[in-house]
Every structure is written in structure tokens, then in C-alpha cells.
Design a protein around this ligand. Sequence first.
Ligand code: ARG
Length: 594
Amino acid sequence: MTSLAEKLTEITGAAFAALDLPVELGQVRVSDRPDLAQFQCNGAMSAAKLASKNPREIAGEIQTKLLGFGHDRDTYVNSEYVSVHYQGHEVFKNIEIAGPGFINLNITDEYLAAHLADSAVDERLGVEKITKQETIVLDYGGPNIAKPMHVGHLRSSVIGDSLRRICGFAGFKTIGDVHFGDWGLHMGQVITELEERGILGQNVTLEQLEEIYPAASKACKEDEARLKKAQQATRKFQDGDPAYRKAAQQFAEVSIEGIKQNFGALGVHFDLWKGEADVHEMIAPMVNRLKTKGFAEESEGALVISVEQEGDKKEMPPLILLKSDGGVMYGTTDLATIVERMEEYKPARIIYVVDQRQSLHFEQVFRAAYKGGIVPDSTELTHAGFGTMNGPDGKPFKTRAGGVMRLEELISMGIEKATARLDEAELARDIEASERADIAQKVAIAAIKFADLQNNRIADYVFDIDRMTSFEGKTGPYLLYQAVRIKSLLRKAQAQGFEPGKEFTIQDSDRSLALLLTELPDVFEGALKNYTPHLLCEYAYRLAQEFSSFYAACHILSEEDEALRSSRLALCELTHRQIALVLGLLGIEIPERM
Ligand code: ARG
């Protein structure tokens, strides 16, 4: 169904068109001055330029047209949709012209109520579904085999999983791929380390790996010869040396098991558990094709694709396909992975949720993919980059010991803190231990995810465990608490035999919440368009706050007037459904009680 702002835009656009002005000027949006009006249209100013007239005069003409206009809308009445005709004054309570020619619009409570009733019967809460089913591959997570997962992988997986849910709800077929780093130098480093210790070929455990990789990496940093060895081992491994492959397979299995546990605890889902290694076989044919077609060329012994374009403002180095020793690079496997994804899934889009610092890499890969005919122009390749998670000192987040924070440490730290917060707020007190532990886990995950997702993803943010686990303020736990509270109110109502109504009665104390509830479809669309879950976080928070004010100002269960009570319960129910939907899109689970 059409959102309220869209509906008003249609009506206002028609008024502009009736005056022979461009219909687009009728764009209506939620007012940025809610103290003055509910909605606004700024089109009269541009119209004035076109028509060489005074903008206030044009605004006046639009006002007259709008009030004189009628319009039909399909409305849900007695379990079916019927077309209802609204006179202008039945849509608009008043229309005012402000300043140089702003058109300030307020709608009638009846029109608002009718719109809400329509979205309440819609199982999608008014959010439209895309009409053409297309596939989106999302590449997120990206942990590296045998290396500890760090907070960068946390950001990638939390944001990526949310984008997968958002795209899925919009109606796309989504495929989330973890895209392991299992082909790079770190593989050779670990293999060399195992060799040096004389344990290559023996099974290693996760605990051993946790010590082996850092040791290997340190040795390579300190010793040039050791680095050379690791590079050679990497090459040998890539070329299929049986002993190296066998060893790598064993420690990869162990490592992946640990990674899966972490993602499980975090509630992050993947459809594919593929990695760089999976496209190895596709590299040679791809490179040959690129060579034959003349896209790849030799440069200083290496094979490269030049990706410079006219108008480039910054230096754009070529993408290296093969190093002079014939070894493959990060870009090579990424390009071959695109070949594979196009063949297998024919996606309309591929979205990479990867650290913003890799933006040059993706720019090169994307350009090479288009240039080499690996993807058609109609396929959209997007790098949805993200900023750094910093510590309180403004530098990339480290543990107290100064190392990178590992994902499992972070999660258990979150759970510990969440448990303390529950105690502090005297919540979930009489609930038995196992359910209480489950609640603490959900509160912790909500805290971690919401703290991450609420920031515009490109921005860096400061990780502050105290702030993000608080039950007050713009936090995940606050939203969970509100959702649980509304649910329990609805349960209480049901126990008293009160049901939410199908119709709404709007009074002064209900209006702000009612208006806000109409914004969801537009907020969702914004989040989908730019892959920005923070818009949904913002919305959920506003909703929870608006609900609190409504709750403080209104009688609900104690309301004597039946129509009003059932309308208010319907507002509660709609608020709950919206918060639950939005939190679901963020990958946040709500406990039954708290
Ligand atoms: N493994 C990489 C890293 O840790 C991230 C992989 C991202 N995905 C990709 N297709 N390049 O930085």
C-alpha cells in the first residue's frame, strides 16, 4: 500500500499539475517543524521560479486547489477494500502558507485513522514488496581461517546480516555468503609455522591455532627469510601441494567450527559458507579469457588489468591478476568469485559489507568486472563500507592487554554486563536460571548489535560497554524493555477480555504516536535504498519514546470509553508489531518477558 506521505504527495502533485506545474513539485514530507505542521511541501518556491510568480501566491493557489479537490482512496471497511471518496477538507484539517511559500499541511484525525486502519490489516504493515523478484548476493563476515575473528568481522557480520534481512523483507531473494579468507599469506604462515615446529600433518586444536597464527605472524614480521618461506609455502599450497592442502584442510575445519560457534552466538545467519579457495579452479580460465580478449596485459612481469577511467580524480592503480611469480592476489579471487556468483545465481546486485578502508580494492575489482565483461551493466556491485569501532581513547578498539578484541570475548563480556544490568534494574527477578540466562544473552546481543547498527555505517564509533547495555537511552536493551512492556500490557488486556480494535479514534494524546506509526514504510525504503540500517534504529527509538509519552498521557486499560480503549489497544499492538518487525530486521530477538 502507498505510504501516507506518498498519498499526500499524489494529492498535492495533482494540484500542481492542475495549475500546469510539474507534478514532482508536489513532494510532501513529514514536517521538520512538527510544532508548526505535520507535513510540508516546498514546491511553491521552485514553481515560482518556473512561472515567474510570487511563491506565496502559488502556494495560495495550491491551497485552494487542495481544499477544493476530492480524492478517492481504497480503504479497508468491514473486512473489504472499498473506494472511499474524500473531500479536500476531509483530508486536510488545515493548510497554511508560511515564510516565503512553504505549504504546511495538517491532516484530519479521521483521515489519519483510516490510514492506520489500512496499515494495521496489512501483514507487511504498509511496507511494499518489490514486484520483480531479483537475487541479491551479500558478502559479509569474511573471517580469515586460523586467525582470530576481531571486531571488524563483528561489524561486517552484524551489518551484513541486517542488510540481508532488510533486502529479504523487501522481497529480494537473498544469498548471504561468509566468504572466508582461506587462500592468502596467512595460510602459508601457519603451514610454515607447523613445519618449523615439526608438527605438519598432525591434527591441531582450536586452542593451538589461537597461539600458532600470532606466533607465525610475529616471526614473519621480524624475519625477512621467514616471510619469504611463508610466501613460498602459500604459493605451494595454492598450487595444490598434497601435504599442505591436507594440513590446511584440517586446521580450516577446526577454525570454521569455532567461527560457526561465534556466529551462532551472535545470531548471524549465512546461506553459503564459501571461501576464496572455492574459486581456485575458476581463476586460470578467467585469466585466459581476460588475456585473449585483450583486457589483461603484462606489466613488470605481472599480469594486470588497467582500470583507470577518464575523469579519475585519484590515482587508480591496475588490478593485479597474477604476480610475477604467478601467485594470485586478493583481487584475483574476488574477481573469480564474481564469475562464480554470476554463473550460479545471476544476481541483480552483489553487496560487499567490508571495512571502508578496502574501498580502493573494491573500486578496482568492480571496474575490472565491468570492463572484462564479467558482469553486465545491469548488475549492481556495491561496496557498503563501514568505519572503525574505536575504544574510549578514539583509537581502534583493543583489549586491556592491548591485543585485538576477539569476538567470543566481546560476547561473553556483553553477557556478563547484561546480567549485571538486569540485577541492577531488578528485572527478570523471579524467572528461573536457564530462562534468565537466555534473557541476558538476548539483552547482550541486542546491546552489541544496536550499538553498532545505530551509527551511520561509514562513521567510526566508540565502543562503550556501559552505555550500550543500559536500559535507558538509545540502546538495544531499552528497546527490548519497551517491547516486552507493551507485550505484557497486551496480555493483561486480553486477560481482562479487551481486544485491540480494527478502527482508530484519535485524540490529542494519541496523535503523535499515530502519526509516527505511519512513517515506517518510508523509513524502510530509505534504509533499503542506501543500505543504512541506522535509519531503522532511529525509527525504533523514536517509536519507543513516543510510546512512553503516549502511555504516560493516556488511559488504556482504565479507559471507560470502549471505542477509545480498543483504539488505544490497537495503537499499542501496532507499535509492538512495528518494533518487533524493525528489531527483527536488525537481527535482534525479543525475549518473551523480562
Ligand atoms: N577476509 C577479508 C578481511 O578479513 C574480508 C573479505 C571480504 N570479502 C571479500 N569478498 N573481499 O579483511
